[in-house]
Design a protein around this ligand. Structure first.
Ligand code: EPU
Length: 337
């Protein structure tokens, strides 16, 4: 187990922010993970997965433990489903591609989402009509205080929109080691309800799409509006789409008749933060070497060597402006450190 001191985290966060960790170790086994957690040389420990949902604003005064547990296997098969266990350090998109190659369906709509398998339940990742909770059976997680491993089943994770118990009551208490998904190996439930997927499939002239076709369509949509973090630093959606009272929405309609919305309940609607940010005039705005993406206003970008604080200040300015213009408080989706 190699512990490196004064280690740059630039290549370990998709925003590409260049801050230093006091020390860094990449763990490939449970044994190494436990040893890293128990090391007394560094009091503070900081758990890092794919680094795709975080904004680093300062040096990390801790031993950063990069979860690099690898492996994937079929652990069970029923009449209609396979249960596939993947270890936390597997790259999410590579796992999706592998599943499609095996003809395992259920996560094709989640193609090309950056990050690692272990992070997927924490914020219940979702895109194009599918969320992790739809295919999640359980995850094994290590309690950092007791060293015990607990299996969390779907209900216990209290999944919500970009939410789970791991972001709430159990925050920082568990490290996810592996996740088990239920996937189909025949009679796939193809989900093409999301408008953009239908349009994309029509463009390819595909009438009866396979899981591979859906994945291709999702990849094409994402590539057309989301910047590739390997080229431009970003963290996907920076904010969550806010849920507001229907009465509030009706009032907004008077001034903004074209505001999009999705019904959440009888009394609440969700409005796209991307629309609000665009209509507040921020879309495509560039400040020095950072800004708001020109194709999807929900994405903040680092064009070069911006600092985490530059981006955080921009995020705060956007929040205040949206509040002033629309009376809506938008919440950050990324974790700020
Ligand atoms: N919109 C604008 N301007 C923009 C961006 C969006 O007007 O600059 C409008 C669009 O016209 C559309 C609506 O907002 O009417 C929704 O846009 P889009 O389909 O691009 O999705 P989103 O709500 O902005 C969410 C997720 C994405 C996910 C997509 C597709 C959140 C916070 N974001 O974005 O997730 O890929 O739906 O399902 O829920 C992520 O979490 O990192 C992420 C990329």
């Amino acid at each position: 187990m190699l512990i490196e001191k004064n280690f740059s985290l630039k290549n370990h966060n998709t925003f590409g922010i260049d801050v230093k960790a006091k020390a860094f170790v990449s763990v490939e086994s449970l044994e190494d993970l436990k040893a890293a957690l128990n090391t007394s040389s560094y009091e503070n420990k900081f758990i890092l997965g794919g680094g795709s949902n975080m904004l680093l604003t300062k040096n990390v005064d801790a031993l950063v433990i990069h979860i690099n547990l690898k492996g994937k296997e079929v652990v069970n098969q029923t009449k209609d489903e396979v249960h596939v266990k993947a270890y936390a350090g597997e790259n999410w998109h590579e796992f999706v591609v592998w599943c499609i190659e095996q003809n395992f369906g259920g996560i094709e709509n989640l193609s090309l989402i950056p990050g690692s398998v272990g992070a997927t339940p924490i914020q219940n990742i979702g895109a194009y009509g599918v969320e992790i909770k739809d295919v999640f059976i359980s995850c094994d997680a290590l309690n950092v205080k007791t060293g015990n491993i607990k299996t969390f089943f779907n209900e216990e994770c209290q999944f919500g929109y970009r939410e789970s118990v791991f972001k709430q009551d159990l925050k920082n208490l568990y490290i996810i080691l592996s996740v088990t998904f239920k996937l189909t190996f025949k009679n796939h439930h193809i989900k093409t309800n999301y408008g953009a997927i239908t349009t994309e499939l029509e463009r390819f002239n595909i009438e009866n799409p396979t899981i591979k076709d859906v994945s291709k369509a999702v990849i094409a949509i994402r590539e057309s509006k989301l910047p590739n973090p390997k080229e431009i630093g970003n963290s996907g959606s920076f904010f969550k789409n806010p849920i507001i009272k229907k009465s509030h929405y009706l009032k907004l309609l008077e001034n903004f008749p074209e505001i999009p919305h999705y019904a959440v309940s009888e009394s609440e609607v969700k409005v796209p933060a991307g629309w609000l940010i665009e209509h507040a005039g921020f879309k495509g705005k560039t400040f020095k070497n950072y800004g708001v993406h020109n194709k999807q206003a929900l994405v903040l970008v680092n064009y070069g060597d911006a600092s985490g604080n530059d981006i955080l200040n921009l995020a705060n300015l956007i929040q205040h402006t949206i509040n002033r213009l629309f009376g809506i408080q938008i919440e950050m989706e990324v974790n700020v450190f």
